[in-house]
Design a protein around this ligand. Structure first.
Ligand code: UTP
Length: 289
């Protein structure tokens, strides 16, 4: 019987160098799109997929991300005194139930694979989701929910994939297709940041995964891959052959909020998707047309 997907790991220990100086003190995942920090979008998306337990892999200066899910006692009292029920309800809806969020430390940012390995005691022997909060998703059905549904269909490992122009493949983890079934693709190989002429396809992995706990054993080898980092892609590649491994062409759009232009586009797209702010946003955009 398939184990239910209840756990999610959110690695947030990266340095965010592409966003300096904004990220010198403030974690990238606290950057705000419209009025919510990136971390909140990721947690909401996971909850919509039935995820109940969260592990944030943090590093130095990242504690504010854990605090974001804490009770803001003074703030709540003042809002209550002032009868600001709507704001209070919104704050409370964003909280996680007691005991449902833990954090672990990645003292040195040795790579995404190493960050996931740092969550091994949380993962134990359960299937788990990974969400990279800087990939912000705007989807008709939340992206992680699409992945969770695919996992119930196929079992094993499922990663969200998208097509990119060939000249951009070297920035991503790229899949080697065994069988293309349209929405789902079975995978026979994975390679991180290949040179363009060595990329097995132009189907790339985005920051949403459902993985089996056995990946931890492979990450424990601490083998350095592309860029001298311990790569999650290399650990995942070692699962192929012993477990089902699929890619899902998710429906929706991804915004790379680790990148300045992607982050700015996300502001516009998310503002236009919000009925409360879309009319004002359209007026503003018209001034720059
Ligand atoms: P990125 O590749 O975006 O790296 O990491 P980064 O350090 O956050 O940003 P730049 O490239 O320097 O601007 C992808 C995800 O993996 C996490 C990051 O926090 C981000 O969510 N990560 C990466 C870790 O948690 N630890 C690492 O050692 C590396």
């Amino acid at each position: 019987m398939l184990k239910p997907l209840r756990k999610a790991v959110l690695p947030v220990a990266g340095l965010g160098t592409r966003f300096l100086p904004a990220t010198k003190v403030m974690p990238k995942e606290m950057l705000t799109v419209v009025d919510r920090p990136l971390i909140q979008y990721a947690v909401d998306e996971a909850r919509a997929a039935g995820i109940e337990q969260f592990c944030l892999v943090t590093g130095r200066g990242k504690s504010i991300l854990v605090e974001h899910f804490d009770l803001a006692y003074e703030l709540e009292r003042i809002l209550e005194e002032r009868g600001r029920q709507r704001e209070l309800a919104a704050l409370r809806a964003d909280m996680l139930p007691p005991g449902m969020v833990v954090s672990t430390r990645q003292q040195t940012p040795l790579g995404l694979g190493h960050a996931i390995w740092c969550a091994r005691h949380f993962i134990q022997d359960d299937p788990f989701a990974i969400l990279l909060p800087d990939d912000l998703m705007l989807c008709p059905v939340p992206c992680m929910q699409q992945l969770a549904e695919a996992y119930r269909e196929t079992g094993g490992n499922v990663v969200a994939i998208e097509e990119v122009p060939r000249e951009r493949v070297s920035r991503y983890g790229v899949i080697d297709v065994e069988r293309d079934m349209g929405r789902l693709v079975s995978i026979k190989g994975l390679v991180e940041k290949p040179p363009i002429d060595q990329a097995p396809s132009n189907l790339t992995i985005i920051g949403r995964y459902v993985l089996m706990p056995e990946v931890i054993g492979h990450l424990a080898r601490m083998e350095k891959g592309a860029g001298g980092e311990i790569q999650l892609t290399d650990g995942m590649a070692r699962l192929i052959g012993s477990q089902p491994f699929h890619g899902l062409r998710y429906q929706g759009r991804r915004f790379d909020c680790g990148d300045k232009a992607g982050f700015l586009e996300a502001q516009i797209a998310f503002a236009l998707a919000r009925p409360d702010i879309a009319p004002a946003m359209r007026e503003i955009l018209a001034r720059y047309a």
